[in-house]
Design a protein around this ligand. Structure first.
Ligand SMILES: Cc1cc2nc3c(=O)[nH]c(=O)nc-3n(C[C@H](O)[C@H](O)[C@H](O)COP(=O)(O)OP(=O)(O)OC[C@H]3O[C@@H](n4cnc5c(N)ncnc54)[C@H](O)[C@@H]3O)c2cc1C
Length: 631
C-alpha cells in the first residue's frame, strides 16, 4: 500500500519538475515579482510547491486512503441541530490545520502562503485519491476564501499597495483570515427543491429592510459542507415582475449565526437534515432553511449570476482534479489486483482484454491530467493577469505588451477548457471506477475491496457543479456562437487542419489534425443544419428583418434542436481535440511524453471519427418522434 500519493506518481511529478511553465505562474502570483516575502528564486518556489505536494500526498495516503472504508461508514449526522462529523475525517482536517494547509493560496498579507492555485488543485487531486468527501470539504476552505477575495476585487473594495507589492485592504479580510486559520469554512448555496440546473427558477428571497440590512428567507438543498459558518448564497433580490430569471439574482455572504444586541447567538441558517446518499458518505450534504438571515450583498443587485460563474469556474476545475484523483485510486486498485490474480494459467493483467482495459485506464488518467493542468493554468493566468492589469500601473512596456497579448488568450482558453474538463474527467471517472470493479470480478462487488466505494463515490461527479448535460449545452452554445461571430476564422482553421491531416510531417501531427478535422466537420454540419432551420423559420417574414435575425437574434433553445441533441457527443469530440493538442505540445517539448501521446492517439482518432459519423448521420428521425411526443 502506498504511503505517499505524490512520490509514487511519476506523472504528477512531471508537472512539478518540468511539465508546467511555473515561471509565468510564479510571476503573476508574486504580483509581477513585486510581492514582499516572495521566494528568492523560481527554483526555491518550485521546491516549496513540491514539498507541499509531498506532505499532502503522505497525509492523503496514510490518513485517508488507508482508512477509506471507515470514512465511508462514519456518516455525519445531526445532533441537536448541529452536524457531528465522522472521526476519521475530523482527524484528517485537524492534521491539515496543524500544517496550515488551509492558508495555501491565500496572500501573505492575509497570513497565507501565497502558493499558485495550480498547487491547490493538485493537492485536491491527491486528497481525492484518498477520499473524495475529504477533497470536497477541503475545497470549501481555501476555495471560498479565494472567492471572497476575488469578489472584493471585482466589486472594487480591495485596494493595493503598488510599491510594496501587497494588498492594502480587502472587504472580507476577517472571513478570509478565519477560514485560513482552519477554524471555519464556507459553502456555496445555490440549489433549491425546484431549481437545480434551471437557476432562473430560484425562489429564495433577499429583502432590504428599512434599517439597510438585507435578510434572506428560503430553502436550499444538497449543500456540500452546509454546516459551514460562511455561506455564499444566490437569492432573488428583485421584486417579482421587475427582473425575472437570471437577472433578478444577487450574491450574498451570510453568517450562519447572528449575534443579538444582548450578546446571544442565534442560528439563522437552520440545518434541516443531512442527506443519506449512495456515496460521498463522509461529506455533509445539507438541506438548509434561511430564517431571515442577515446578509451582506456582494457587488450590485442583479449581478449574482455573474459572481456565481466566477466561483463555479474554479469549482468545475476542482471537480476535474477530484475526478482524476478518484480515477487514479480505481486504476491503482485494478492494477494491483490484476497483477496478483491468476486465471487460466496467467495473471489476469496479462489477458488481452484486461490488459487493454488497464492500458486505456492508465492512458486516460494521464490524458485527463494534462487537460486539467492546462485548464487550471489558463484560469489562474486569466484571473491573476487581470488583477495585475488593474492594480499594477508601473508595469514595464514589455510586460504591458505581453499582458495585452496574453490575457485574452488565457481568458478564451479557460472558458473553452473548463466545461470540457468537467465533462470528460467526471464521465471518465465513472467509467474507470466501473472498469475497476469488472477487473476485480466478484470480489469487486463486495465490500472487501475499495472499488465498489469508488464507483458509488464517482457517480455524483457528473452531477454536481453543473451536470454533464449542462456542461455540454454550454460547450455547444459557445462553439456555435463562436462560428457565428467569426465564420472566416473558423473556416480558415478548418481548411488548415484538413491540410495538416494529410501533409503534416509527423504521424502525431497528422493524427491530431484528423481529430481537429472531425471536430470542425461536426461543428460545420450542426451550424449548416441550424442555419437551414433558421431560414425555414424566417419564411413569410419581411426580408428587412432577416439580416438582424441571422446576425443577432439567436436563441439556443429555439434554434439549436439538432445541436442540443448532439451536445454531449460534440463535447466529447472537442475534449478529444483539446487533449490531443495539449499532449502534442508536451511531446514536442519533452520527448519522454511521446509514448503517452502515441498510445492515446491510436484510440482517440477512431473515437473522434465515430463521434463525427454519429453527429452527422443520426438524429432527424429521433427529433421527429420527439416533436410528436411534445405535440
Ligand atoms: C452530493 C451532492 C452535493 C451537492 N453540492 C451542492 C452544493 O454544494 N451547492 C449547491 O448549490 N448544489 C449542490 N448540489 C446540487 C447539484 O448541483 C444539483 O443536483 C445539480 O445542479 C442538478 O440539479 P437537480 O438535482 O435539480 O437536477 P435537474 O436540474 O432536475 O436535472 C435532472 C436531469 O435533467 C438534466 N437536464 C436538466 N435540464 C436540462 C436541459 N436543459 N437539457 C438537457 N438535460 C437537462 C440534468 O442534466 C439531469 O440529468 C449537490 C448535489 C449532490 C448530489
Amino acid at each position: 500500500m502506498s504511503t505517499n500519493y505524490f512520490t509514487d506518481n511519476d506523472d504528477l511529478q512531471y508537472y512539478v519538475r518540468r511539465g508546467v511553465d511555473w515561471q509565468s505562474l510564479f510571476w503573476v502570483t508574486e504580483y509581477g515579482g513585486r510581492a514582499e516575502g516572495s521566494p528568492e528564486s523560481l527554483e526555491e518556489a518550485t521546491a516549496f510547491y513540491g514539498e507541499i505536494l509531498s506532505l499532502v500526498g503522505e497525509l492523503a495516503a496514510t490518513q485517508l486512503g488507508a482508512h477509506s472504508a471507515k470514512v465511508d461508514t462514519e456518516h455525519p449526522h445531526l445532533v441537536d441541530g448541529e452536524v457531528l462529523e465522522g472521526e476519521t475525517l475530523r482527524r484528517f482536517f485537524d492534521s491539515l490545520r496543524e500544517v496550515e494547509l488551509h492558508r495555501l493560496c491565500i496572500p501573505r498579507e492575509l497570513e497565507g502562503l501565497n502558493a499558485p492555485l495550480l498547487v491547490y488543485f493538485l493537492c485536491g487531486e491527491l486528497i481525492a485519491r484518498g477520499d473524495v468527501s475529504a477533497m470536497t470539504h477541503f475545497s470549501f476552505h481555501a476555495g471560498i476564501a479565494m472567492a471572497l477575495l476575488v469578489y472584493s476585487i471585482q466589486e472594487g473594495t480591495t485596494s493595493f499597495d503598488v510599491e510594496r507589492g501587497r494588498l492594502r485592504e480587502t472587504r472580507f479580510a476577517d472571513a478570509i483570515r478565519t477560514i485560513a486559520s482552519g477554524e471555519a469554512w464556507g459553502c456555496m448555496d445555490i440549489t433549491e427543491p425546484n431549481a437545480g440546473s434551471d437557476m432562473a427558477a430560484l425562489r429564495t428571497r433577499a429583502t432590504l429592510g428599512e434599517d439597510g440590512q438585507w435578510r434572506i428567507r428560503g430553502q436550499k438543498i444538497y449543500i456540500t459542507s452546509g454546516h459551514a459558518r460562511f455561506h455564499l448564497v444566490i437569492a432573488r433580490s428583485e421584486e417579482p415582475g421587475s427582473a425575472e430569471g437570471l437577472e433578478g439574482l444577487s450574491m450574498f455572504l451570510v453568517d450562519a449565526w447572528e449575534t443579538l444586541p444582548d450578546g446571544t447567538r442565534v442560528r439563522r441558517v437552520v440545518i434541516d437534515r443531512v442527506e443519506e446518499k449512495l456515496g460521498h458518505n463522509g461529506s455533509v450534504t445539507a438541506a438548509l432553511t434561511f430564517e431571515d438571515a442577515p446578509a451582506e450583498l456582494i457587488g450590485r443587485p442583479g449581478e449574482g449570476f455573474r459572481y456565481m460563474l466566477t466561483l463555479m469556474n474554479n469549482a468545475r476545475i476542482g471537480v476535474g482534479f477530484e475526478s482524476i484523483g478518484l480515477a487514479e485510486a480505481a486504476l491503482r486498485a485494478a492494477e494491483s489486483y490484476a497483477a496478483e490474480r491468476p486465471s487460466m494459467g496467467r495473471m489476469i493483467a496479462h489477458h488481452e482484454m484486461i490488459a487493454e482495459l488497464l492500458e486505456e485506464m492508465r492512458t486516460d488518467v494521464r490524458a485527463l491530467r494534462a487537460l486539467a493542468v492546462e485548464a487550471a493554468r489558463h484560469e489562474e493566468l486569466n484571473q491573476k493577469l487581470a488583477l495585475l492589469e488593474r492594480f499594477v500601473p508601473d508595469l514595464s512596456e514589455a510586460e504591458q505588451v505581453r499582458m495585452r497579448e496574453d490575457l485574452p488568450v488565457h481568458r478564451r482558453q479557460a472558458r473553452r477548457l473548463t466545461p470540457l474538463l468537467k465533462y470528460m474527467a467526471s464521465e471518465k471517472a465513472v467509467e474507470i471506477a466501473r472498469r475497476a470493479i469488472q477487473i476485480h470480478g466478484g470480489a469487486g462487488y463486495t465490500k472487501d475491496y475499495p472499488v465498489e466505494k469508488l464507483l458509488r463515490d464517482s457517480l455524483v461527479l457528473p452531477i454536481y457543479e453543473g451536470t454533464s448535460q449542462i456542461q455540454s449545452l454550454m460547450v455547444m452554445k459557445d462553439s456555435l456562437l463562436g462560428i457565428i461571430r467569426d465564420p472566416k476564422g473558423f473556416f480558415t482553421r478548418q481548411a488548415q487542419s484538413r491540410l495538416r491531416a494529410v501533409t503534416a510531417p509527423t504521424a502525431r501531427e497528422r493524427g491530431i489534425a484528423r481529430i481537429e478535422t472531425c471536430a470542425a466537420g461536426a461543428l460545420q454540419f450542426l451550424m449548416r443544419r441550424t442555419f437551414t432551420e433558421k431560414l425555414r423559420g424566417l419564411r413569410g417574414q419581411p426580408m428587412a428583418k432577416w439580416k438582424n435575425q441571422l446576425t443577432h437574434d439567436w436563441d439556443p433553445k429555439r434554434d439549436f434542436a439538432l445541436a442540443m441533441l448532439h451536445a454531449e457527443r460534440l463535447t466529447r469530440l472537442l475534449a478529444l481535440e483539446a487533449i490531443g493538442e495539449v499532449l502534442l505540445a508536451q511531446a514536442q517539448r519533452h520527448p519522454e511524453r511521446g509514448p503517452l501521446l502515441d498510445t492515446w492517439l491510436e484510440r482517440a482518432v477512431v473515437e473522434a471519427e465515430e463521434l463525427h459519423t454519429r453527429i452527422t448521420t443520426t438524429g432527424d428521425s429521433f427529433l421527429a418522434r420527439l416533436d410528436a411526443l411534445r405535440g
